[in-house]
Write a protein that binds this ligand. Sequence first.
Ligand code: AVI
Length: 326
Amino acid sequence: MPSSYDGDSTTTNTTMHQVLEGLQNSQGNKEIPFSLLYDKKGSELYEEITKLEEYYPFLAEDHMLELHVDEIAAQIPPHSVIVELGCGTARKTAKILSAIQACHGRCRYAGIDVSGPFLEEAYKNLMQNVDGLQHEDMDMVQADYMEGLKIVRERYPHENVCILWLGSSVGNLSASAAVQFFRDAVAAVGTHCQILLCADMWKDQERLRAAYYDKVGVTGLFIKNGMRNALALLGHEVSTKDEESWVYEVDINKHLHQVEMYLKFPTDLKLPQHRVHIRAGERVLVEISRKFTVGDFNHLANESGFVIDMAWRDQTWGMQMLIPFK
Ligand code: AVI
């Protein structure tokens, strides 16, 4: 597998400082960085989530790609480098790369992920499933997103870079974090930057609750795993019994248009050496999943300095796929 692949360790750059910042808060909600959800176990649980029948975002995105992939490929200038953020095993990517290959006769791809094993699988997947893809046009970069973007830009100093950000992941960032994220991405890539992403749309509460409070309980396990990782960073190993006692709760925030995933602690958890005290009955916010109205997304693009060039909307699933250009 070419370039920047350095073995099979799963890394996260989330620091103890970030965890403490969220857990020492005694005024508002305590929270942890959502990046802690995606260690090896968390990534496996997320893969399970995407197979749940009530988790519509995965199916919806797949369906939209199926319908629009040729039009999408035509919007991406020839000779562009497709850079995928958090490519995982690249389950949906082959569709896009095949369409680009068919439309432009060549496709250059860089997959960025923190997990070495996922990058390896993604590489095999793509080489097997995209006709005509060349080994020398592939880069698998084990890094976090911004570091990965800089590495890709160094390798391709002049080409148009199309950032591919699937999985409606923009929803996991707060409004201000999303703006910052886009600004940082543009700074890392420089000019000639476009983004192809999916954003889940604000929809009825029943459907949202079903998707994030699934019948089998995988989402609860996913969220608990993130909390376990946060406490492990503080040197606190959680027993299975304690973890089972945490109660997974989902709120639908109509004001902010987001699903909020919490854990409620039945008893006090004190880590005096870190000045952390989670009180009995208190909730910790582990993840948000924002659901956009058209206006919400336009606002985000404006704030980030992007112009939305193309948008496809799917009414059945309430999902939109967009290409903002810098
Ligand atoms: C990765 N991300 C877009 C998922 C979502 O829908 O917000 C993560 C997830 N959390 C719980 N279920 C899925």
